[in-house]
Design a protein around this ligand. Structure first.
Ligand code: NAP
Ligand code: G4F
Length: 372
């Protein structure tokens, strides 16, 4: 039987890596896209036009679109990655977050049942370490109690339980990957890691003066997204549907991430002060052109990036995934991850500069009639 995957959230960080992974395995990959005023889908632009890659309009808030699409595609595997995935935004848009991240999961499960695909279609639900929230145990594993601590986490908790319920009530192959934070050069620019790597690149190239962050004491178990999508697939290849924690088993603070990212951008930082008064001060630079930065505050704290309730101690225990999925959580180390992201963003920022110089020159040449 041909493997046919339906990916919701195909335009996101994970959706783009998962599409590449499944296409390489010979799957027919179908992805759900939303109507947007901007048509360019940066993360999957390179896949559009690939014969086995198909995009369809639908929305997690629109049951009818999901029922029709599942019926048309007849998937053998569904990866439900679509979500309003930003924790801080979930405090500003809690109802939308609940609609997409909680009820959206139910709509998708019902779309499978409505099309009578319960016996032939396996479903992966993108669950999250945010379920542990105000953590009750460190490190966290599949048996750690949940204590969600944001509207996002509460919505995702519903998603987790409704998947479990449908597995038990209707004997469906549906399960959750409880994934800890995973990052990459494709990470959204307002998540803390990408915000830091882009700022380090911009500061090193004279395009930004200072990076403002929220809680730098916050601890995360950060992995590489490209490694994590393999687990999503492995979870659906097991004989029995089960939930898995996916994490590296190594924990770092936002401050440590920042220090290492600036190091890779050629800037050494020393942190001084506490809480709102904490500052990252430049103590040395590699590039002589950046010597003027020495002694300057390049990282500071802003209240704007603090959350009403913050999850501050995430640390996953991937023992079960290692044993049952045969997955290596250390394929890409924390140090390599930070280096990959900074290297990418140094090149991106440099290219933006070239692109903007070309635009400025072109405007000038057009004005002077040098080019027509
Ligand atoms: P992401 O980059 O923010 O991508 C989210 C995707 O969901 C985008 O394709 C987005 O489409 C789509 N989407 C949002 N609302 C939708 C709607 N109403 N209907 C259809 N599609 C919708 O997220 P990610 O980092 O790839 O994460 C993938 C999934 O894993 C999410 O469910 C996230 O909550 C979960 N997760 C992520 C992490 C992590 O560290 N990355 C950890 C644990 C769990 P547009 O492009 O149109 O906005
Ligand atoms: O990068 P973050 O925004 O990711 P967060 O909240 O951990 O959520 C991500 O990972 C979850 C898995 O645990 C996913 F479910 C979720 O979809 C998303 O992908 O923030 C990480 C930490 C937080 O404690 C935050 O308070 O960094 C802290 N932080 C400090 N300064 C900041 C900032 N976060 C952001 N976004 N921006 C800051 O300036």
């Amino acid at each position: 039987m041909k493997n046919i995957a339906l990916i919701t959230g195909v335009t996101g960080q994970d959706g783009s890596y998962l599409s590449e992974f499944l296409l390489e395995k010979g799957y027919d990959v179908h992805g759900i896209i939303r109507r947007s005023s901007v048509d360019y889908r940066e993360r999957i632009a390179h896949l559009e036009g690939t014969p086995n890659f198909h995009l369809h309009y639908a929305d997690m808030s629109d049951s009818m679109s999901l029922v029709k699409l599942v019926g048309k595609v007849q998937p053998t595997e569904i990866y439900n990655l679509a979500a309003q995935s930003h924790v801080q935004v979930s405090f500003d848009a809690p109802e939308f977050t609940a609609d997409v991240d909680a009820v959206g999961v139910l709509r998708l499960l019902e779309a499978v049942r409505t099309n009578h695909l319960e016996k032939t279609c396996k479903i992966y639900q993108a669950s999250t370490s945010e379920l542990y929230g105000k953590v009750e145990e460190v490190p966290q594993n599949e048996n750690t109690p949940f204590h969600p601590y944001s509207p996002y986490a509460v919505a995702k908790l519903y998603g987790f339980w409704i998947v479990k319920e449908y597995r038990e009530a209707y004997n469906m192959y549906c399960c959750s990957g409880i994934l800890f934070n995973h990052e990459s050069e494709r990470r959204g620019e307002t998540f803390v890691t990408r915000k830091i790597t882009l700022a380090a690149a911009r500061i090193a190239q004279g395009k930004q003066d200072c990076l403002y962050l929220g809680n730098m004491d916050s601890l995360r178990d950060w992995g590489y997204a490209k490694d994590y999508v393999e687990c999503m697939w492995l979870i659906l290849q097991q004989e029995k549907p089960e939930d898995f924690v996916i994490a590296t088993g190594v924990q770092h603070s936002v401050r440590e991430f920042t220090q290492l990212a600036f190091h890779h951008a050629g800037i050494e930082l020393k942190f001084e002060g506490k809480d709102m008064d904490e500052k990252g001060i430049c103590v040395s630079v590699i590039n002589p052109a950046n010597e003027h930065l020495i002694g300057k505050t390049l990282v500071a704290v802003s209240e704007d990036f603090y959350r009403p309730t913050d999850v501050v101690n995430l640390w996953g225990d991937p023992t079960k995934a290692k044993a049952k999925l045969g997955w290596n959580p250390q394929t890409t180390s924390f140090e390599q991850l930070v280096e990959i992201m900074v290297e990418h963003d140094m090149a991106k920022v440099a290219a933006e500069d070239v692109a903007s110089r070309v635009r400025t020159n072109l405007a000038e040449y057009l004005e002077k009639g040098i080019v027509k």
